[in-house]
Design a protein around this ligand. Structure first.
Ligand code: MRU
Length: 355
C-alpha cells in the first residue's frame, strides 16, 4: 500500500456542525467499515469499545468528540455553552482510564475554549475548538513521522524485530509510533522481518498490526503471545519496539497487557527493548508507573472472545488491559524530539519539558 492511500483512522467531515468519521477497528481485518459519530455518546462508545483505540488516536477522537458534543449548545447563551463544554469533557474522560493522551487532548480543548470565552459567540468558540482539534490531529501526524525517522536509525538491514499490540497508523492519526519505526526503516531500504504478538485477549496484533504490515509490504510473522520467548531463544529477533499509553516521569511505561512480560524476556535474551511514543504520552505529574491507573475490562473478553465460549460458566476472571514496564528494562524511548537514552528522570525532563 502506498502510504498516501492508507485509509484514514479518523477524519472530521464538514465544518463545526460536521461529524467525526472513524474506522471501526473491531471489524478489522475482515471489514473496513467507517462509523459516523454525530453525537458525543457515539464517540464515547467508540472509545470504550475500542472501535477507535491506541493512545494518540483516542486523544484525537476525544478532541473531535468535544466538537460533536458542544453542537447542541451552539445557540445557547455563553454560560450554558461553557457548562456543556465542561460536561462533554468530563464525560469523555470517563471512557478509558489509562492512555494519558485522552486527558491531555481534553485539557487542551477545555483550555482553548476558555481562552475564547468572553469575546466570541458560542458558534465562534465552537469553530475555534474545531481548529484546535484539527491542530492536535496535524501535530500527531508530524510526531509520528518524526518518531519513525528517529527510530529507524536504531535498526539494521536484515534484522528481525518484535512488537506487541498495535502501535501503527490505526493507533494514531496516521503512520503510528512503534510501527512508524518499521515503516520508516523499510522506506529507507532496510529489510525487516517483524514478529507480531497476537495480543490476547482482543488480538490487536493479529487483527491490526499484521494487517497494517501486510498492507505496506513488510514481512510479518504472527505468533501467539506465549511464543515470544522461543522466538527470542531461536535468535529470530534482535530488537523489540512497542508503543505506550502513559509514561511516568521516571520512564516507567504502561502499554498493552503482556508488554512487561515481553520486556522481561528481551532482558533475559539481551535484546534491546525500545518504547516509541510522542511527548503527549508522557505524564510528568506522576513520579513512577505505580501511579498509572490500569483499566480493568469485561471478563467476557477472555471467556467469550470473538463469539464463542472458551471457559466454564461462572469462572473467575482477571482482565487488566495494561501493564507497566519499569524504566530499567527500557533501552531507549523514541519520541518526536529524538531518542532518550538512557531512560532516566533527568533525560526525560530535558526532552519533554523543552516544549
Ligand atoms: O487497548 P488498546 O488497543 O487501546 O491498547 C493500545 C496499546 O496498548 C498501544 O500499544 C498504545 O496505545 C500505543 S499506540 C501508538
Amino acid at each position: 500500500m502506498n502510504p498516501s492511500t492508507a485509509p484514514a483512522t479518523l477524519a472530521w467531515i464538514g465544518d463545526s456542525c460536521g461529524y467525526l468519521e472513524l474506522i471501526d477497528q473491531t471489524l478489522l481485518p475482515g471489514e473496513l467499515t467507517h462509523l459516523a459519530c454525530r453525537d458525543v455518546e457515539t464517540v464515547w462508545e467508540a472509545i470504550k469499545s475500542l472501535r477507535v483505540r491506541g493512545a494518540p488516536a483516542i486523544g484525537v477522537a476525544a478532541a473531535y468528540g468535544v466538537c460533536v458534543g458542544v453542537q447542541p449548545a451552539l445557540d445557547a447563551d455563553e454560560a450554558a455553552f461553557f457548562a456543556r463544554l465542561n460536561e462533554v469533557c468530563d464525560y469523555l474522560a470517563t471512557s478509558r482510564p489509562t492512555a494519558v493522551n485522552l486527558f491531555w487532548a481534553l485539557d487542551r480543548m477545555r483550555t482553548k475554549g476558555l481562552s475564547l470565552r468572553g469575546s466570541l459567540l458560542p458558534r465562534e468558540v465552537a469553530a475555534g475548538l474545531l481548529v484546535e482539534a484539527q491542530k492536535i490531529e496535524a501535530e500527531d501526524r508530524l510526531m509520528c513521522r518524526a518518531i519513525g525517522r528517529h527510530g529507524a536509525a536504531l535498526l539494521q538491514d536484515g534484522q528481525g524485530v518484535l512488537t506487541h499490540c498495535n502501535a501503527g497508523g490505526l493507533a494514531t492519526s496516521d503512520y503510528g509510533t512503534a510501527l512508524a519505526v518499521f515503516f520508516a526503516a523499510h522506506e529507507g531500504g532496510k529489510r525487516l522481518h517483524v514478529y507480531a504478538d497476537e495480543t490476547r485477549p482482543l488480538l490487536q496484533g493479529a487483527r491490526l498490526t499484521a494487517w497494517e504490515l501486510q498492507q505496506r509490504g513488510i514481512e510479518v510473522t504472527l505468533i501467539c503471545d506465549s511464543m515470544a520467548a522461543q522466538v527470542m531463544r531461536e535468535g529470530r529477533v534482535s530488537a523489540v519496539v512497542t508503543g505506550a499509553d502513559r509514561i511516568a516521569a521516571n520512564g516507567d511505561a504502561a502499554n498493552k497487557i503482556g508488554t512487561y512480560g515481553v520486556a522481561l524476556l528481551a532482558a533475559a535474551h539481551d535484546i534491546p527493548f525500545y518504547v516509541a511514543a510522542p511527548t503527549s504520552t508522557f505524564d510528568m505529574s506522576i513520579a513512577d508507573g505505580g501511579q498509572i491507573p490500569i483499566e480493568q475490562r469485561d471478563p467476557r473478553e477472555i471467556t467469550h472472545g470473538f463469539g464463542r465460549s472458551t471457559a466454564p460458566e461462572g469462572v473467575q476472571v482477571y482482565n487488566p488491559a495494561f501493564d507497566v514496564t519499569p524504566a530499567r528494562l527500557i533501552k531507549a524511548i523514541i519520541c518526536e524530539h529524538g531518542v532518550i537514552e538512557p531512560v532516566t528522570r533527568e533525560a526525560i525532563a530535558a526532552v519533554v519539558q523543552q516544549e
